[in-house]
Design a protein around this ligand. Sequence first.
Ligand code: ZN
Length: 269
Amino acid sequence: MPELPEVETTKLGLTPLIVDQVVQRAHLYRDNLRWDIPKHLVTTLASQSVNSINRRGKYLLIEFKVGTLIIHLGMSGSIKVVKSDTPLQKHDHFELSFANNTVMRLNDPRRFGAVLFSQDGSHPLLDNLGPEPLGDIFDETYLYIRSRKKQQNIKAFIMDSKVVVGVGNIYACESLFMAGINPQCKAGSVSKKSYQLLTLCIKDILTKAIKAGGTTLQDFSQVDGTPGYFAQTLSVYGRENESCSTCNGKIVRITQNQRSTFYCSTCQT
Ligand SMILES: [Zn+2]
């Protein structure tokens, strides 16, 4: 699943390819993904130039003078920019064609992604998002205050997009391992010192993943959607029954909030 680093590398890859380009038209190859794709985009975006691309959590925000195109990659989405005579691929659902004979295509086999539009840049999906994990607001004081009296487990807490955006299952497991925190701890009982380590680990892991994705992108002239985490070595995620790299104990898998959690019960207390 594309997580924050993949969305950030997509943003970085798209920026030189589509910013300042003029849209000829938007093509909707189906009516809906997770939600309906606004039909008016065909006329609204015609002849508009792309001002900038931003990211909020896992949402890509493509800014035009007339408003913001909001794209979410869902479970399986990826974006490519290719020459306009490139044949459509299966699962290409949305496209912006540009005056410079390139097209930006959203491919999404499982169709949990989204293409939405906001005239003023605000949207109910964006309004209640917590701070960015790589921003200054996200630190131990913020997490400590936010977590007091919380009975939920620490993993669910840091995966809650109202607390902080973009910490998906893989990065939650990996950062809790790196910080030595048991994922079953109650968020409200984690010390400020542990939160300090955890915020540093989250920032470190996400930054490395973005760099890995960036390296991948440099090898291609196009945004290719390769998830950055494939380039990263994962310490616990997906490694049930394998040896812990630190203590040689066995990595276990448990289920928390309907998601798999991988951790080392020796290193993470
Ligand atoms: Zn261990």
